[in-house]
Design a protein around this ligand. Structure first.
Ligand SMILES: Cc1cc2nc3c(=O)[nH]c(=O)nc-3n(C[C@H](O)[C@H](O)[C@H](O)COP(=O)(O)OP(=O)(O)OC[C@H]3O[C@@H](n4cnc5c(N)ncnc54)[C@H](O)[C@@H]3O)c2cc1C
Length: 353
């Protein structure tokens, strides 16, 4: 069986047992907004043992993955630790399913492409989301009708205070829309070192009903679509809609889509009969935050180098040289305008530090 390389925390420990700590380290290239701030101290770890040895030196830490869900408004006066635990391992394989364990430092999109290449299905709609595998469970990443919770079997995490490993099942993670136990009860208490996924090897259940995936694949025979077709369609759609952080700094969707009750929904609909919304169950409704912002004519709304992207109302962008504070203030102006217009409070999806 082909494996790119094997997940093995102890083996990688031999490669880098004592990570080096660097003082006053620029994080400009390590956050997708491209904000120029520094870490008081910085180190990368490639194994659980390496992480543990760093924690022996300093427990006042900040964990960094791909920096794609972060708005840094100031220097980080902590030891910033970058997760570089790599490797992929097939743990178990049956007739229809496979369990694949992936190191938390792997790039999410690389892992998705690897799965698609291996013919493992379930994860293809999550193509091209930036960031690391170990961070993906924290906000239960989602796109095009699929969320991480739909494919995650379990994860391993290092308890930072007690310095022990713990395994969390899918249920333990208390996943919800852009949410998990790691954003709430266990915020900043665990470092996710690896994630295990349960994927299909045959009879893949394709998710085509979200966004314009079907339109994108209209020239293909719908009965013969493959997970590779879906992945490629999602990549094309995303590339046409979202700015590439390497070209223009951003963190994807800045706000979560608000969930409202039926009374609020009816109130907004009276004023905006063309309101878009989705049933979220139990008398609640999800409204696309992009729709609310776009309706107020805020695409391209700009203050200096901080702005809303011209082609997508939910994406806050750094046109070059904006500070984290300037970006945050601009986002709050947008939040206030939405509150004044609809009575709905937008909440950042991005972690503001
Ligand atoms: C262009 C663009 C498009 C995007 N599209 C989507 C999308 O479609 N759907 C979606 O859900 N998200 C999307 N995002 C957001 C982002 O990609 C995800 O939230 C991603 O999971 C963040 O991963 P990261 O490694 O970059 O996290 P980081 O930004 O590095 O960290 C985020 C938080 O997790 C903590 N953390 C980091 N690593 C660990 C660890 N190993 N253990 C515990 N805590 C940790 C950090 O301290 C921080 O609080 C998009 C972002 C961009 C820039």
């Amino acid at each position: 069986m082909y494996l790119r390389y094997k997940y093995s925390p102890t083996q990688s420990f031999k490669i880098l047992s004592t990570p080096t700590i660097i003082s006053n380290y620029s994080l400009k290239t390590l956050n997708t907004f491209g904000v120029d701030v520094a870490a008081r101290r910085f180190a990368a770890f490639r194994s659980v043992v390496g992480l543990s040895s760093l924690l022996d030196q300093d427990k006042d830490i900040f964990l960094l993955g791909g920096g794609s869900n972060l708005l840094l408004t100031k220097n980080i006066d902590k030891l910033v630790l970058k997760n570089e635990i790599f490797g992929i391992q097939i743990v178990e394989r049956s007739k229809h399913k496979v369990l694949v364990k992936c190191g938390g430092g792997e790039q999410w999109h690389d892992f998705v492409l690897w799965c698609v290449g291996m013919g493992f299905g379930g994860i293809e709609n999550l193509s091209l989301i930036p960031g690391c595998v170990g961070t993906a469970p924290i906000q239960n990443i989602g796109a095009y009708g699929v969320e991480l919770k739909d494919v995650m079997h379990s994860l391993d995490a290092f308890d930072i205070q007690n310095k022990v490993m713990r395994t969390f099942s899918n249920e333990d993670c208390k996943f919800a829309y852009r949410d998990s136990i790691f954003k709430n009860q266990y915020k900043d208490q665990f470092c996710i070192t690896s994630v295990t996924f349960e994927l299909t090897t045959v009879d893949h259940k394709l998710s085509l009903d979200y966004g314009n995936i079907k339109d994108m694949l209209s020239d293909k025979n719908i009965d013969k679509l493959t997970i590779k077709d879906i992945s490629e369609a999602v990549i094309s759609i995303r590339q046409s809609k979202l700015p590439d952080p390497d070209v223009i700094g951003n963190s994807g969707s800045f706000f979560k889509n608000p969930i409202v009750d039926d009374i609020t929904l009816e109130q907004i609909k009276k004023q905006y009969p063309d309101l878009r919304y989705f049933d979220h169950g139990e008398g609640s409704y999800k409204i696309p935050a992009a729709w609310l912002i776009d309706k107020l004519g805020l695409k391209g709304f700009r203050n200096g180098a901080a702005g809303i992207y011209d082609d997508h109302a939910l994406v806050l962008v750094n046109h070059g040289g904006a500070s984290g504070i300037e970006l945050y203030d601009h986002a709050m102006v947008v939040r206030d305008k939405v509150r004044d217009a609809y009575g709905v409070e937008l909440v950042p999806e991005v972690n503001v530090l």
